[in-house]
Design a protein around this ligand. Structure first.
Ligand code: D5M
Ligand code: FE
Ligand code: ZN
Length: 495
């Protein structure tokens, strides 16, 4: 029957979302339902979504509650620019009818206490270990987990929780992890002939191991356990189809800031179509200006060489947004705050250059828009994921974002390219599972869902700089991801 459904839609020149296939197959007369659907929607959308099916059947709301969280972001290859789906256009609400409802639930602004002493580092790592460790210990696979010291004396299968201090590969292709808890350490073998040998493991992440200790005290792993997020959860949606647009890496002040693309975006959002009118929020995930002295000889690539001048220019650009768009702005590694993460919101001297429709928060921040939780993070740690994990690339930021979700940490690798301030608590732990997780930094783009969380990487408004050319970084600029706050459905619009 699955084949029959797929053959039917392909003959109509469209595709059927997997969730829609599952829904149809779990009900009587799947083909008949599909035929009736095509009779009601014309022109047929590029991809027929579960929502299309439910809407056509007139039972969208109640049925959606029935089948859990079916309305996921549709996977979209980075850089692809499919036209915005008909179902997305059709359901647009008017943003101007909705008063803003924003809360910054968590960020470091005004709470930094660290001075970088040894005690600070000890306390920081202890908090990381204890918080992620207790998440892990609540996992069924790790029930009865032992301290490392005790596990090393056991002859039976053991479960332990530890922080990775080193990852290495032996000449025979085995991988060895050194892991530590607060008292002891152990070496864990991921045998070359096991699928575990190709698992992504990074230093300083906290994980669980199930295995047996051999007579030389080496723990032979049978499985690795990540804190991860629940398998599926409902999207905490708004009742109206207002949208959040996502951008980052505007790099105002750079010679390669794309004025023409920005004007196209402004024209669309000012007097554009129903989707443009549904944009209630613009979430800007850092690198909003190019900054000064961020990399060697950057001065040669600047059009505005004064930091306040750069923010003033950005403020002028944002002033041109329609009144119904509220902007949430967090800093990145090019912005005028301390580079160490977590970064506080931009200082008052800069905030005062902007209109009151701009809300400032730290990097990272947990935000609430009408109750929809958004974790916004610039994404600097992707530099460390890309440079330490074979197979990760700047063109596939969603892979790194999924790894962060699985590790429940935004920047697990300590001492790499991402500077981390040892605050009293680890603000980079993903304590609360968001509805939407947004990053920027890599100047690529993509949307996807992971276990019900909408992942968004939000492009750039800067063309390739000579510095990026030298580093083989090929940006995908001027793509605007848009997420429906009612359903989590996501699309990318290209300018
Ligand atoms: O980052 C722009 C691009 O450059 C992005 O793809 C990450 C990459 N990048 C940034 N810093 C580094 C370092 N130190 N090594 C390798 N690649 C890097 P932006 O933050 O806008 O400069
Ligand atoms: Fe950037
Ligand atoms: Zn950046």
């Amino acid at each position: 029957m699955r084949e029959a459904l797929l053959a039917f839609v392909s003959q109509k020149g469209t595709l059927l979302e997997p969730e829609a296939v599952d829904y149809l197959l779990s009900h009587q007369d799947p083909l008949g339902r599909l035929e009736r659907l095509f009779a009601t929607i014309r022109p047929a959308p590029l991809v027929v979504t579960l929502r299309d099916v439910l809407t056509a059947e007139g039972i969208a709301r109640s049925a959606a509650a029935h089948v859990g969280a079916p309305l996921r972001a549709r996977p979209q290859a980075p850089g692809s620019s499919a036209p915005v789906a008909a179902s997305f256009r059709r359901t647009s609400a008017d943003a101007a009818d909705h008063a803003p409802d924003i809360k910054v639930l968590r960020d470091i602004t005004g709470q930094s206490t660290c001075e970088g002493t040894i005690e600070d580092f000890t306390r920081y790592f202890r908090h990381r270990f204890q918080t992620l460790g207790s998440m892990l210990r609540s996992r069924r696979e790790l029930a009865g987990a032992l301290d490392i010291a005790k596990a090393k004396r056991s002859t039976r299968e053991v479960r332990i929780v530890g922080m990775v201090s080193e990852v290495r590969t032996t000449k025979n292709g085995h991988r060895i992890l050194d892991i530590e808890d607060e008292v002891d350490r152990a070496s864990v073998l991921l045998p070359a002939d096991s699928p575990l040998a190709s698992e992504v493991v990074v230093s300083d992440e906290v994980l669980g191991v199930v295995g047996t200790v051999n007579d030389r005290g080496l723990l032979i792993a049978q499985s690795l356990v990540r804190p991860d997020i629940p398998v599926s959860r409902a999207f905490r949606g708004t009742s109206d189809h207002i949208r959040a647009a996502f951008m980052s890496d505007i790099h105002v002040g750079s010679r390669t800031f794309l004025e023409d693309k920005w004007s196209k975006f402004l024209t669309w959002v000012q007097d554009g179509d129903e989707v443009a009118r549904s944009v209630r929020y613009l979430v800007v995930s850092g690198d909003v200006v190019d900054g000064i002295g961020v990399y060697p000889r950057q001065d040669e690539e600047l059009a505005i060489d004064d930091i306040y001048g750069q923010y003033e220019a950005l403020a002028r650009h944002l002033q041109e947004l329609p009144d119904h768009v509220t902007v949430l702005l967090i800093p990145g590694n090019h912005d005028a705050v301390r580079p160490a993460e977590p970064q506080p919101a931009l200082p008052a001297s800069i905030q005062k250059l902007f209109d009151s429709n701009v809300v400032f928060a730290g990097n990272p921040s947990l935000l609430s828009l009408h109750g929809v939780r958004i974790l916004a993070y610039h994404g600097r740690s992707m530099d460390d994921f890309v440079s330490t994990i074979p197979g990760m690339s700047y063109h596939r930021p969603l892979d790194a974002m999924k790894a962060m979700m699985r590790m429940r940490h935004l920047a697990p690798i300590y001492g790499g390219k991402t500077p981390i301030a040892p605050e009293a608590t680890d603000h980079l732990i993903i304590e609360e599972v968001p509805d939407i997780f947004a990053t920027g930094h890599v100047h690529s783009v993509g949307v996807e869902a992971y276990r019900g969380v909408v992942l968004v990487n939000s492009s750039t408004w800067q063309a390739q700089t000579p510095y990026q050319k030298m580093r083989n970084i090929d940006p995908l600029p001027a793509r605007l991801p848009l997420v429906d706050l009612a359903t989590g459905q996501a699309v990318i619009r290209e300018f």
